[in-house]
Design a protein around this ligand. Structure first.
Ligand code: NAD
Length: 490
């Protein structure tokens, strides 16, 4: 039974969709809402509206200060509506209510941060090496932005794109994932309430092959901001061969958490549990590879096993629940297959590896595999689920080599009480984020992004706005003398 219907938001209006699909509640496995399936013509209307808003109308002539005020208002509205948005995200993705509430309240700060920055992003005056010329560099909005996000943390992953894009003066067509789009479609009401002019922000959902492909290859799109998996990223890069859009890619990870024997092991165990079992492991920064110093291995695995087995699994809407279901059935199928292959190849199950007794939803128990061999599939592949693979090391050099033994490089953790060791590891780990004696901290003020297969470009922080602009160099002759020799470059 479905009890709710959602609509796309195009050119300032909520559209009656021509086609729709069922969204599944992962905690029950049953459909609960109808979602609009945007087709190519919907995408075209949205991109054309964004292009009009960019060139004509109130947004095009609005001061950066006024844009910033709109963003701050949007941030306030998101924070004020965090409870309602969190319930929707929990219903549509199975992410626990404890986490969606806290995360969405913080999403408001991302809009406020970029709202504050909107009129502080300046061009430049160049001390040019020619006496009679004056050169200024203007920073102009890059154009229409196509933002494409995956199903986990859609509001959060949208804020790191919309915030800097709108602060820079761009207009946006945002594609929610076809899995769990409810919170983003509801967020469109807040965009409308905040007072953004029609066409400035368009929000729709639909399937990757049709809606996503058309959006990212559209000739009027100048910038693509994508978060998702590496296979889709490759498809998107091929799509942008059509429009040559400047593209940033935030992709997956197989992040190592290195625990030395000299660390505060109880604190490290809590961080490892948070790193892999929070959000049911469906986090791009999931600390899915534990590298533990051999002398502490047995004790540490004992602690982790006890903590993993005590996790309260169940209804994600219940504030007491600590781990909810996976977001989709195909996610659970894939995880079950990779864990089975890894055990068959010699991995030892420490705990989990099965469906818990938690009802008909897409549940999977917190799982720890003592891998022993870094070639096991559970060590190599991003599972995007609650599965921790464990490898032991004897020396700092071995720990570093194992940490870097992956094509990914998004996040990492180092736990030690030795400051020098912490600095050396932080310097040499190839990942966009290194957390030392902590894990899973984020802030709008700090750049975020990966090495290698984890992506291209950075989101967050001051520089993100620049990435939504392009420069224009303006040369002005200041002398009244006529141009001398026309056949010599000045
Ligand atoms: P996905 O790559 O399957 O889908 C992401 C989005 O791309 C969806 O909106 C989808 O509809 C769209 N898409 C699919 N095919 C497309 C195409 N041909 N053209 C254009 N768009 C297309 O990812 P997912 O399974 O929804 O999410 C999980 C992945 O996202 C994981 O790999 C995870 O690590 C990654 N992720 C990364 C970050 C980060 O910030 N680095 C954050 C969260 C998730």
């Amino acid at each position: 039974m479905t009890d709710a219907a959602f609509r796309n938001f195009i050119d300032g209006r909520f559209d009656e969709p021509s086609a729709s699909f069922d969204s599944i509640d992962p905690s029950t496995g049953a459909p609960w809402a109808k979602m609009p399936a945007a087709d190519e013509s919907d995408v075209d209307r949205a991109v054309e509206a964004a292009h009009r808003a960019l060139r004509t109308g109130p947004w095009a002539s609005m001061t950066a200060t006024a844009r910033g005020k709109l963003l701050v208002r949007l941030g306030d509205l998101v924070a004020a509506n965090a409870g309602r948005l969190a319930e929707l995200e929990t219903r549509d993705t199975g992410k626990i209510i404890r986490e969606t509430r806290a995360q969405i309240a913080y999403v408001g700060d991302y809009y406020r941060y970029y709202g504050g920055l909107a009129d502080k992003h300046e061009g430049a005056h160049v001390p040019i090496d020619k006496a009679d010329l004056d050169v200024t560099i203007r920073r102009e909005p890059i154009g229409v932005v196509a933002a494409v996000v995956p199903w986990n943390s859609q509001l959060f992953l949208s804020a790191v794109k919309l915030g800097p894009a709108l602060a820079a003066g761009c207009t946006v067509v945002l594609k929610a994932s076809e899995d769990g789009p409810a919170p983003l479609l509801a967020f469109a009401e807040l965009v409308s309430e905040a007072g953004f002019p029609a066409g400035t922000v368009n929000i729709l959902t639909g399937f990757g092959q049709e809606c996503g492909r058309r959006l990212t290859s559209h000739p009027l799109v100048s910038r693509v901001a994508f978060t998702g998996g590496p296979a889709t990223a490759r498809a998107i890069v091929r799509n942008t061969a059509e429009n040559l859009a400047h593209t940033t890619l935030e992709l997956g990870g197989k992040s190592p958490v290195v625990v030395f024997a000299d660390a505060d092991l109880d604190s490290a165990a809590n961080a490892v549990v948070a790193g892999i079992f929070a959000a049911t492991g469906q986090s791009c920064v999931a600390g899915s590879r534990l590298l533990i110093e051999r002398s502490a291995r047995q004790e540490f695995l004992g602690r982790l096993k006890r903590k993993a087995e005590a996790i309260r699994i169940g209804d994600p809407q219940d504030p007491a629940t600590e781990m909810g279901p996976l977001a989709t059935l195909r996610q659970r199928d894939r995880i079950e297959t990779i864990v089975a292959e890894s055990l068959a190849a010699g991995g030892m199950l420490v705990t989990g590896g099965k469906r818990p007794d938690a009802g008909a939803g897409f549940y999977y128990a917190p799982t720890i595999v003592d891998a022993g061999d870094s070639n096991l599939p559970c060590v190599r592949e991003e599972l995007f689920g609650p599965v921790l693979s464990v490898l032991a090391f004897d020396t700092e050099a071995e720990a570093l080599a194992l940490a870097n033994d992956t094509p990914f490089g998004l996040a990492s953790g180092v736990f030690t009480s030795n400051l020098g060791k912490a600095h050396r590891m932080a310097r040499d780990i190839r990942a966009g984020v290194v957390w030392v004696n902590t894990y899973r901290a984020v802030s709008p003020l700090v750049p975020f992004g990966g090495y290698g297969l984890s992506g291209l470009g950075r989101e967050g922080g001051l520089d993100a706005i620049r990435d939504y602009t392009r420069s224009k160099s303006v040369w002005i002759k200041t002398s009244d003398e006529p141009i001398p020799d026309p056949f010599v470059m000045r």
